[in-house]
Design a protein around this ligand. Structure first.
Ligand code: BGC
Ligand code: ZN
Length: 367
C-alpha cells in the first residue's frame, strides 16, 4: 500500500513509497484494531522532520512514514476488542509506552525516559498511508456528529492536556479562580486552546500578528473571545491595558515570545509552553527583572507535550460542546485539503510556503 515517508536525517526527502499491508494478528492479545485511514492532518512537526531537524526511523527500516494526526474508520477488530466496533470513526494517540512507571500506567505522554516513541515522528511509522493496525488502548472513538472535524482530534488532545495540566498544578493555590487568559499564537493549538479556556469560563485574549479582520480573528470572535493583532498592541501593552493574565498558553513556535510571555503573567499565575522549537535561535531577555517578578509573584512555568487517551477523550468532549455553543466555527480551522497520498509534494509545499494555510490535511480515501 502507498505511504508518504521521509528518510530521517536527509533534508527534503519526502517521497511516496510502497509498504507492506498491516496484519491484525501482529497484535497478539486479540485486541488489535485495523483502521482504514480517511484523513491525516499535518503540521510544523512534519515539516521539521522533512527538514531533518529531528525524527528517526523504526529499527531495521531506513524510512519513516509521516503523519500523526489521523482520522479513520474501523475495518476489522480482534476477538477481544471491547471498546470499538467495525464502522466506528476513530482517531489514535501518537505516543506509545516506553519503560518508565508513567508509561506503564497509560501516561506515556509523561514518560521520564529520554527516548520517546511516537507514530510518524520518532521510531514508529505514522498514519500517512492507507491502513494501520494498533492495539485498542490507543484507538479513540470519534462521535459521528464530529466527523466534520476529523483531523482536529490530535491537536485538540494537546491543547486539552496543556490546560488540564495547568489546572492540575494550580491546585497548589487551593482557591485558584483564573479570570483572564492570554493565548499566544492563533494556529491550530492557539485556536483550540482558546476554545478550551472559553469553555472553562475565562475571558480569553488570543494574540497573533495579522491585522483583523482575517480568518483567525473571525474564528476567535466566533469563540466569543478577543483577537489582538500584535502589529497594533504588543503583549506587554495588552497586559498594561487589561491587566496581566492568570494563565498564558504559548503556541507561537517562537522561543523569544515564550520568554517574553513571562512578563505578562500575573501573581500566582501559570505560563504553559507548548511550542516545539526545533531550531537554534538565541534571544536576549531582561532576566533580572523576570527572575525578580517570578519569585515575588509565586509564578509557575509549565512545559506540556503530547497527550494520552484521557486528553483525547476530554478534547473530544470539548469539541462537541464547542460545536453546540459556537456552531460552524471550528470547521473553519480546516482550511487546506490535499487530494490523495499522491499529492505529497503539494502537502509539503503548503506546509512550507503558504502562510495562509491554517490547517493542511490529506484526504487519503473516502469511506
Ligand atoms: C505532536 C505531539 C508530539 C510532539 C513532539 C507534536 O507535533 O502533535 O503529539 O508529542 O509533536 O514530537
Ligand atoms: Zn503535531
Amino acid at each position: 500500500m502507498k505511504a508518504i515517508a521521509v528518510r530521517p536525517g536527509k533534508s527534503g526527502s519526502v517521497h511516496l513509497r510502497d509498504i507492506p499491508d498491516p496484519n491484525i494478528n501482529s497484535i497478539i492479545d486479540g485486541r488489535g484494531v485495523r483502521v482504514k485511514v480517511l484523513k491525516v492532518g499535518v503540521d510544523a512537526t512534519d515539516r521539521e522532520i522533512n527538514d531533518a531537524l529531528y525524527g528517526n526511523s523504526p529499527p531495521g527500516d531506513d524510512y519513516l512514514v509521516l503523519g500523526h494526526e489521523c482520522f479513520g474508520i474501523v475495518q476489522e477488530i480482534g476477538p477481544n476488542v471491547r471498546n470499538v466496533k467495525v464502522g466506528d470513526y476513530v482517531t489514535a494517540t501518537v505516543r506509545r509506552p516506553g519503560g518508565s512507571i508513567y508509561d506503564q500506567i497509560g501516561t506515556y505522554d509523561m514518560t521520564s525516559e529520554e527516548t520517546y516513541f511516537e507514530r510518524g515522528i520518532n521510531l514508529l511509522h505514522g498514519y500517512l498511508t492507507e491502513q494501520f493496525v494498533d492495539g485498542e488502548n490507543y484507538i479513540v472513538r470519534v462521535p459521528k456528529g464530529l466527523k466534520h472535524l476529523h483531523v482536529l482530534m490530535e491537536p485538540m488532545s494537546c491543547a486539552a492536556k496543556a490546560i488540564q495540566q495547568a489546572f492540575e498544578c494550580q491546585r497548589r493555590m487551593k482557591v485558584w479562580q483564573p479570570r483572564r487568559a492570554f493565548v499566544l499564537g492563533a494556529g491550530q493549538i492557539g485556536l483550540l486552546s482558546t476554545l478550551v479556556l472559553k469553555l472553562k469560563g475565562l475571558e480569553v485574549f488570543t494574540l497573533a500578528r495579522g491585522l483583523a479582520p482575517n480568518l483567525k480573528s473571525e474564528i476567535v470572535a466566533g469563540l466569543e473571545s478577543n483577537y489582538v493583532s500584535t502589529q497594533q498592541t504588543s503583549l506587554v501593552d495588552l497586559a498594561k491595558r487589561v491587566g496581566k493574565a492568570d494563565l498564558i498558553v504559548d503556541a507561537t513556535g517562537s522561543s523569544h515570545i515564550a520568554f517574553e510571555a513571562m512578563q505578562a503573567l500575573g501573581h500566582n499565575g501559570v505560563l504553559v509552553w507548548t511550542s516545539i522549537t526545533g531550531g537554534i535561535r538565541q534571544t536576549e531577555v531582561p532576566s533580572d527583572k523576570i527572575n525578580l517578578e517570578w519569585v515575588l509573584g509565586n509564578k509557575l512555568l509549565l512545559g506540556s507535550v503530547n497527550a494520552n487517551r484521557e486528553h483525547f477523550e476530554a478534547g473530544i468532549r470539548d469539541l462537541a460542546l464547542g460545536e453546540v455553543m459556537f456552531p460552524g466555527v471550528l470547521e473553519r480551522i480546516l482550511t487546506n485539503p490535499v487530494h490523495g497520498l499522491d499529492n505529497y509534494q503539494e502537502m509539503m509545499r503548503l506546509l512550507v510556503e503558504d502562510n495562509s494555510a491554517l490547517k493542511v490535511y490529506v484526504n487519503v480515501a473516502s469511506e
